[in-house]
Structures are given as C-alpha cells and as structure tokens.
Design a protein around this ligand. Structure first.
Ligand SMILES: [Mg+2]
Length: 225
C-alpha cells in the first residue's frame, strides 16, 4: 500500500488571488506575445485566447506556430521579484507539514519558478517534489497526459491521491483518475469537486471525506503505511 499523495496546484492555490503574482505573470505573458509577434494589445489578447482554447496554454500555441523556445518564454514570463509580491505563510507550512502522506506541487509554471514561489511562502521544505511544465513535456493541465505521468512518477494510485486546485477544469482529469478533488474558492453549486474550500489552509476540514471513506482501510496517520 502506498502512502496517500497530496497534490497541490501552485498559482492562486497555495497563495490567495489577493496576492497579485499570477496577474503579474499573466501581464508578462501578454507582453511577450506582443513583442515576439509584433502585434498590439487587442491582437495579442485574441491570439492568446485562440491558443488557450486550442492548445491549453499560450506557450504551446507559440511553440507550435512560432517555434518559440520554451526556456526563453518561461524565463521571460516568470521574471518577477517574487519575494516582493508573495508573503511568507507559516500557516501553510504547518498545514502541509501535518498532512499524513507525501506532498507534491503540480503546476503549469516552470519548476524553478515554482521553487522560488515556495521559498517566498516559506514552504520549500514541506513538499517532497515539484512537478512543473518541463515534467509535463509542455502538455499542460487540463490535458490528461501529465496527470497520468504524475501517478507513474510517484507510484501513487489515483484513488489514494488528493488534488487541490483553483481551476475547476483542471480537476476533471484528476477526478477521472479516481482522485479526491478539492476546489479552492469555488461555488459549491457549479462544482463537481468532492470538496470546496475558501482557502488552502482549510484543507484539514475536508480531509475526512478523503481519508475516511474506505480508500484507507488500514488507517492513515503518523506511522501508518
Ligand atoms: Mg492555479
């Protein structure tokens, strides 16, 4: 029996949307498209929207249509003074530390960006591994590919995994693999997630639904597994 696996999205999940980091990155993505393709604001937004619909990420559309090197793009869009924007969160560190299993980050951002965000939050030691867009081979969430690859890499079973995300569409492939899905800050009515929380630090409140439903017949806790 493998230990439970706790999988966390990064942006707007490990920190709340009041922290403007994702908005800053999003603005840099827009700027990259404008400068790289030599287009104005409106055209850049239109192109991005099309790429997001067709490829899931702006990066994948740029790679496909404009041979953009992913390393160059990621370095540019993630070039943000993260510690100036993201406050430390001792509450998050304590919550993650207390979870009875392995904990990983699963993000459409680059691994080095994710590690810098975790360092700013003061939780870099709380996670066992960080799986970024390079691990996904640039096939981002919600494509099913990286979810299956994540389970293979961790050796975890879907039914013994929990996934926390702020974007409902990114929870769907996780649910299809049998994972317990937790939406951060969604509306319960329109969500298919197993649980909805206002803040990632509220996760322990919904854990009984994951740990106590027969998935873990032998119990979970320090020393279990
Ligand atoms: Mg997110």
């Amino acid at each position: 029996m493998t230990a439970p696996l706790f999988i966390f999205d990064l942006d707007n999940t490990l920190y709340p949307p009041e922290v403007p980091l994702w908005r800053i990155v999003d603005g840099r993505i827009e700027r990259y498209v404008r400068e790289r393709l030599g287009v104005g604001d409106e055209e850049a937004r239109k192109i991005r929207k099309g790429y997001l619909q067709e490829y899931g990420t702006t990066l994948r559309g740029l790679m496909h249509h404009h041979d953009v090197p992913p390393g160059e793009y990621l370095e540019y869009v993630h070039d943000v003074a993260i510690p100036d924007v993201v406050p430390r969160s001792p509450a998050l560190a304590a919550m993650v530390d207390a979870l009875p299993g392995r904990k990983v980050v699963f993000t459409n951002g680059s691994e080095s960006y994710a590690r810098r965000v975790l360092a700013a939050l003061g939780v870099e030691g709380a996670f066992d591994e960080v799986y970024g867009i390079e691990f996904m081979e640039y096939v981002a969430k919600p494509s099913p590919y990286p979810y299956a690859k994540l389970l293979r890499a961790t050796g975890a079973e879907g039914s013994r995994s929990l996934f926390v995300e702020d974007r409902p569409e990114n929870l769907l492939p996780a649910r299809d693999l049998g994972m317990f899905t937790v939406l951060v800050r969604g509306s319960e009515e329109e969500s298919f997630a197993h649980a909805v929380i206002d803040d990632v630090c509220d996760l322990p409140r919904v854990l009984p639904g994951f740990l106590g439903n027969g998935r873990f017949r032998h119990g979970v806790g320090p020393g279990a597994d």
